[in-house]
Design a protein around this ligand. Structure first.
Ligand SMILES: CCCCCCCCCCCC(=O)SCCNC(=O)CCNC(=O)[C@H](O)C(C)(C)COP(=O)(O)OP(=O)(O)OC[C@H]1O[C@@H](n2cnc3c(N)ncnc32)[C@H](O)[C@@H]1OP(=O)(O)O
Length: 211
């Protein structure tokens, strides 16, 4: 598991955010446009060639494997490849998760790229979002892992503006029980319960390392 410390200061973090954030946002727009475009065949082929050229240009120099989770020396976390919140990940909506004591919440919009049933959010995407928001609520600091996530899909979740929220229900040793929900403007669409577990290597006094 890749947790990496980076020797950079806040200015450098801000510079990278300003550089890579807009690129990821542009690719998100490209994904949406790819799904929804009705331009003619020649235009589609022209764009395909342009996108392939852009991809090759980015691949001129790249890291091996995934981005990992990186930290600055002053403890700032940079989960920029994360599929839910990653600044550099165009697949991430991305969510900004807010914290208030024992609860977390996020308001965000899911568009055409997240469709399952016509005009509605794919059930796996609902699970993805809820896993992350419940997981975030489970621990402000230590890396809890999802042990069990239980969902009740009460009605289909429409594409568009949504809210996810979660709070700690109870803590039992290394297990944190969290409850939460995904909602649209008419109320709850998916209810969630999760057990989030502090892995062995992160426990007090552990000498094991992440695997
Ligand atoms: C990044 C920046 C963003 C920061 C924000 C971060 C939010 C991220 C949220 C997303 C989180 C993820 O997607 S995490 C990725 C998805 N999850 C995973 O890949 C987890 C894979 N599974 C595992 O690594 C492991 O099985 C663990 C860590 C879940 C548990 O293993 P373990 O640590 O060896 O557990 P162990 O000591 O045996 O058991 C401890 C206690 O938990 C219970 N227990 C064990 N497994 C389970 C289970 N699956 N469900 C329920 N309970 C369980 C045991 O009965 C025991 O209870 P008792 O005897 O004490 O009563």
């Amino acid at each position: 598991m890749r947790f990496t410390a980076e020797d950079i200061d806040g200015h450098e973090v801000a510079r990278r955010e300003a550089l890579y954030g807009p690129l990821a946002e542009a690719v998100r727009e490209l994904v949406d446009a790819t799904i929804r475009t009705e331009v003619d065949a020649a235009a589609v082929q022209e764009v395909e060639a342009t996108v392939r050229a852009a991809t090759a240009r980015l691949r001129d120099r790249q890291i091996d494997g995934a981005f990992g989770v990186r930290y600055t020396e002053d403890g700032r976390i940079m989960p920029w490849g994360n599929v839910v919140i990653g600044l550099r990940n165009p697949i991430a909506p991305p969510l900004t998760v807010h914290r208030e004591r024992d609860r977390c919440w996020s308001e965000f919009t899911l568009g055409a790229a997240y469709e399952g049933p016509p005009g509605h959010v794919h059930g796996g995407i609902c699970a993805l979002v809820l896993d992350h928001v419940l997981g975030s609520a489970s621990s402000p600091e230590k890396p809890n892992f999802t042990g069990t996530l239980t969902l009740r899909y009460r009605r289909a979740t429409p594409l568009g503006p949504l809210r996810a929220e979660a709070r700690i229900d109870r803590v039992d040793g290394v297990k944190t029980y969290v409850v939460g929900a995904l909602s649209d403007s008419d109320g709850v669409t998916v209810e969630a319960e999760g057990v989030f577990i502090l892995p062995v290597w992160a426990r007090e006094g552990s000498t094991t390392t992440p695997t």
